[in-house]
Design a binder for this molecule. Structure first.
Ligand SMILES: [Zn+2]
Length: 135
């Protein structure tokens, strides 16, 4: 995204961190809105007598999809809020594993990244093998 000149007089405006912060805040409110919608939709579907029994398998599939989405959104929301805290604490953009700066290109793509590419790959590989061993 191109830098936007929006008349901010704040000295932080236009800095890279301020851009990350805005991206994170935007993602946070988007996720919160999604979760609110999902909760409303879950309430609606769980309304007793709202469906006839033939709809139940459709309903249970829909519920699974909804729960999976809520799960993902909640996890991501946690990551986004964690990143916002790190911005406040001044530890933003530093790999939590080795304290090395995270590549700005990575932060542009994933502003809530906690780890550098190397350590994220290691963690993903670990999570992947754990997933396989539990099967
Ligand atoms: Zn690292």
């Amino acid at each position: 995204m191109a830098a936007v000149a929006n008349g901010f007089a704040d000295k932080d405006a236009g800095t890279q961190k301020e851009r990350y912060r805005r991206a994170l805040l935007q993602r946070q409110s988007q996720l919160q809105a999604d979760l609110k919608r999902a909760a409303a939709s879950a309430r609606e579907q769980l309304e007793p007598g709202a469906l006839d029994p033939a709809d139940e398998s459709v309903l249970s599939h829909r519920k699974e999809t909804l729960f999976a989405q809520v799960d993902r959104d909640t996890q991501l929301l946690n990551e986004v809020q964690h990143a916002l805290r790190r911005l406040q604490e001044g530890t933003y953009g530093i790999c939590e594993q080795d304290g090395e700066p995270i590549d700005p290109i990575r932060l542009e793509a994933v502003p809530w990244a906690r780890y550098c590419v190397k350590h994220q790959a290691e963690r993903d590989a670990t999570a992947e093998s754990e997933r396989h061993t539990t099967l």
